[in-house]
Design a protein around this ligand. Structure first.
Ligand SMILES: NC(=O)c1ccc[n+]([C@@H]2O[C@H](COP(=O)([O-])OP(=O)(O)OC[C@H]3O[C@@H](n4cnc5c(N)ncnc54)[C@H](O)[C@@H]3O)[C@@H](O)[C@H]2O)c1
Length: 371
């Protein structure tokens, strides 16, 4: 098992492919976006994600291709799938990209008769992987679920030092294979949480729901303390020092945002609805996040009158990334600018360009944009 494939080498899959290659595997990165693929093949792609540029220059046993046939040609039996699963308006996930990969894999399997193992790394709606497993079984594929718990801005690091490796295993033997791959790749001793597919799918969403709940709790207590004239930071630091609670994600600050937390939280709520079990906690967490935004906005409006300048040092959802998806910082900056405050944004050129495109003329930037 020295050869592996990663289908979909985007933000997550590319880092994973690098880490697998670095730990001694020969890796085929299958990518459908041709201009992007060309950049990877020519080693021209540049990323703001730490470590990616250097690894692209040095990864000798990572081959980029758009041809899924590499799986047959090189007898690859272990295949990670890391294509995107965008959110649907109802909060669920769109699995169309995974379905397309599955369709192509079915065609390939007709020629071979060899058993292959698919490891779905994308975030999915609970129940999806079980259905996929049934669909692909006649074609000789097993399906396991193996999502990642990483933060953008630290993807390479987080994959090498995970707290836990979550495995929804097709069977014990396949689970052992996945654990074996991780044991070669990681640089710490994570907990291997092995379970059935459905439980693992719920675990992925529920972990992020817990974190959004914790953030919303911290911000609620912070808002209450602020209103009462107490010290929000000291209160939260004290609560977090209790080992039953823990201080991570318990600071007083902006609401949760980014490409993972809000949508995993909503997807779990959607799954609750599908199960006829309205999961109030996920909906309440979302509601509190919005109420906290309103509280922060009012605080700014009280402290800065019309025409005054407000500087935002960073408008991405998290420092060190270029992601503005559901950024509460940017949402606040927009709301303030729309009330007539002069909002100045200090961020990287990559970020300010995105902001200027979305909100032309609304902000001043501390650095002039190059034409
Ligand atoms: N990025 C994160 O921080 C993060 C964190 C946790 C989980 N996830 C999950 O991981 C999955 C991937 O996320 P991402 O951010 O890397 O997405 P992405 O859009 O950056 O990457 C997906 C890649 O798959 C490629 N692709 C699509 N269809 C393909 C096909 N048929 N064959 C080959 N390549 C194909 C796309 O061109 C793209 O490069 C999602 O389900 C996401 O929810 C992402």
């Amino acid at each position: 098992m020295n050869k592996l494939a990663v289908i979909g080498v985007g933000k997550l899959g590319l880092c994973f492919a690098f880490n697998l290659e670095r730990s001694g595997f020969s890796v085929w990165g299958v990518e459908a976006n041709i201009p992007y693929l060309n950049e990877l093949q020519n080693r021209k792609f540049r990323s703001s994600e730490p470590g990616v540029d250097q690894l692209l220059d040095t990864a000798a046993n990572l081959i980029f291709t758009d041809d899924l046939n590499c799986i047959v040609e090189h007898d690859i039996t272990d295949i990670f799938v890391m294509v995107a699963t965008p959110s649907l308006p109802d909060g669920g996930y769109d699995h169309a990209q995974v379905d397309r990969v599955a369709g192509k894999l079915k065609v390939l399997a007709n020629d071979t008769g060899i058993e292959r193992n698919l490891y779905i790394g994308c975030t999915t709606m609970p129940g999806y992987c079980g259905l996929l497993a049934e669909e692909l079984k006649p074609f000789g594929y097993t399906v396991s679920y193996n999502p990642e718990f990483i933060a953008q801005g630290a993807i390479i690091h987080d994959q090498l030092y995970p707290d836990q490796v979550l495995v929804g295993e097709a069977n014990k033997q396949v689970g052992d294979r996945i654990q074996g791959i991780y044991e070669k790749m990681v640089l710490n001793k994570p907990v291997y949480c092995r379970m059935d597919l459905l439980s693992a799918e719920i675990t992925k969403l529920a972990t992020n729901c817990f974190l959004t709940t914790k953030i919303s709790f911290a911000n609620s207590i912070g808002d209450l303390a602020t209103r009462a004239g107490a010290d929000a930071d000291k209160i939260l630091a004290a609560i977090g020092s209790d080992s039953r609670v823990g201080g991570k994600y318990l600071g007083y600050g902006f609401g949760f945002g980014g490409p993972c937390f809000p949508r995993d939280n909503r997807a779990l709520g959607k799954f609750g609805d599908m199960m006829d079990y309205p999961l109030r906690i996920s909906k309440a967490t979302d509601k509190v996040n919005n109420e906290h935004f309103q509280f922060q906005l009012n605080q700014y409006l009280l402290n800065f009158s019309e025409g005054m300048e407000i500087v935002f040092e960073g408008v991405t959802y998290k420092k060190g990334t270029t992601q503005i998806t559901e950024s509460q910082q940017l949402r606040l900056a927009v709301a303030l600018a729309e009330t007539g405050r002069q909002v100045v944004i200090l961020d990287t050129e990559q970020v300010t360009r995105q902001v200027e495109t979305l909100y032309p003329g609304l902000f001043k930037f501390t650095k002039e944009l190059a034409s």
